[in-house]
Design a protein around this ligand. Structure first.
Ligand SMILES: *Cc1c(COP(=O)(O)O)cnc(C)c1O
Length: 394
């Protein structure tokens, strides 16, 4: 076999086999079901004796291409694609857990993941304990005999804290727990958790995988035996991704490596600009030397990614004036878009958390998150600068 291909090549060249038309770009398979030549083939397919497509709730060629590409990029054995990132999180939990199981969850995870643990899984007798992302020495105390899953996000949203994945991989193995990493912020281009012992990696494909703010999608990749359970659950419960979204996301990934490179270089420039600004209290970005976990970032990430957070002097009041003064950057709930997005987590994505939970996870009232886009870095900085100047005058 030829040597392992580079990620840029995998992203562009992983394609379904060509049809009789010899097309260069993969077609969209808008079909709910598939036909068979004879009754015996159909029987064998349903009995899982023969590989192939049956029904698009189970699998579809466009989803296959997307999954195959993500598996190669994450260096995973198997995968399944779903309608959204939360469908991936929820389906994974439902497929792998049963009543009486426990989840050890890092406290700084996506808002809806908190909601699933607290409002949904609790209905089925599945319990959880939150652990502080910055106090890993305490994690062993939170492990229980029934801890089945350890769930983390790194870098975390929105405080941009990190977990040492090498440490975490060993920790999960020692405690015989399934390690799940939400790799949404880094993408496989910047970080591959499976290399450090993650059993499953989850993505909201809605973010950088699409990267253009167009579609929803979710993917989970990892150990084959776990993916088999997830697929079995999903086949009957129906959170599958649509052929169109799969097709679009697979196309999007063709540019993922170069997009992540530019998101990262733009974000580093914006972070360096903010760090020197008199109106800024502090900036968190993995590849800024001032980040408390800069060494961990350098060890496990190839670049810092597109998201940074900063504390504005004057807290929330001044923060909302700053948001209102922006001219180009978008105020929206998404991240990982070509367009720069500025948001205020305490009043939006993390508003459902208690005040205490927000403070514990670094969602301070004056925290502003920027998902740095692909506009020219100078123009992004100019927009921030005019906003700082504008509200200062008043
Ligand atoms: C957005 C997001 C999710 C949820 O994904 P959806 O596609 O919106 O369902 C999960 N985890 C992280 C880190 C996210 O940013």
């Amino acid at each position: 076999m030829a040597g392992k291909k580079h990620k840029d090549t995998i992203a562009v060249r992983t394609q379904l086999p060509k049809t009789e038309f010899n097309e260069h770009s993969v077609p969209l398979y808008l079909t709910s079901s598939f036909v068979y030549d004879d009754a015996e083939t159909m029987r064998a397919m349903f009995a899982d004796e023969k590989q192939g497509y049956i029904y698009s709730r189970f699998s579809n060629p466009n989803a296959t291409e997307l999954i195959d590409k993500m598996c190669q990029l994450e260096e995973a054995e198997a995968g399944f694609a779903l309608a959204s990132g939360m469908a991936a999180v929820f389906t994974t939990f439902m497929a792998l857990l049963r009543s009486g199981d426990h989840i050890l969850c890092c406290n700084s995870v996506f808002g809806s993941t908190h909601t699933i643990l607290e409002k949904q899984l609790s209905k089925f007798g599945i319990t959880h304990t939150y652990t502080d992302i910055l106090k890993t020495d305490d994690w062993a105390k939170a492990i229980q005999p029934n801890t089945k899953i350890i769930f983390v996000e790194t870098p975390s949203n929105p405080a941009i804290d990190l977990i040492d994945l090498a440490w975490l991989g060993k920790f999960a193995k020692k405690h015989k727990a399934i390690l799940i990493v939400d790799n949404c912020f880094a993408t496989p281009i910047l970080q591959q958790p499976i290399q450090y012992g993650a059993d499953l990696v989850i993505h909201s494909a809605t973010k950088y995988i699409d990267g253009q703010g167009r579609v929803m999608g979710g993917i989970v990749v990892g150990k084959k035996n776990l993916i088999d359970e997830i697929r079995t659950f999903a086949r009957s419960s129906g959170p599958a991704i649509s052929p169109f979204n799969s097709w679009l996301l697979s196309k999007s990934i063709e540019t993922l490596p170069i997009r992540m490179e530019r998101h990262s270089s733009n974000a580093l420039k914006v972070a360096q600009y903010l760090e020197k600004h008199a109106d800024v209290e502090s900036v968190k970005y993995p590849f800024l030397k001032s980040h408390p976990q800069y060494k961990i970032a350098k060890k496990q990430m190839t670049q810092g990614g597109g998201v940074l957070a900063f504390l504005i002097k004057g807290g929330l009041k001044r923060g909302s004036k700053f948001l209102d003064a922006l001219e180009m950057s978008s105020l929206t709930a998404n991240l990982g878009d070509t367009r720069t997005i500025v948001s205020h987590p305490a009043s939006t994505t993390h508003a459902k958390l208690t005040e205490q939970q927000r403070l514990e996870t670094g969602v301070l009232p004056g925290l502003i998150r920027i998902s740095v886009g692909l506009e020219h870095a100078d123009d992004i900085i100019a927009d921030l600068e005019q906003a700082f100047r504008k509200f200062k005058k008043k």
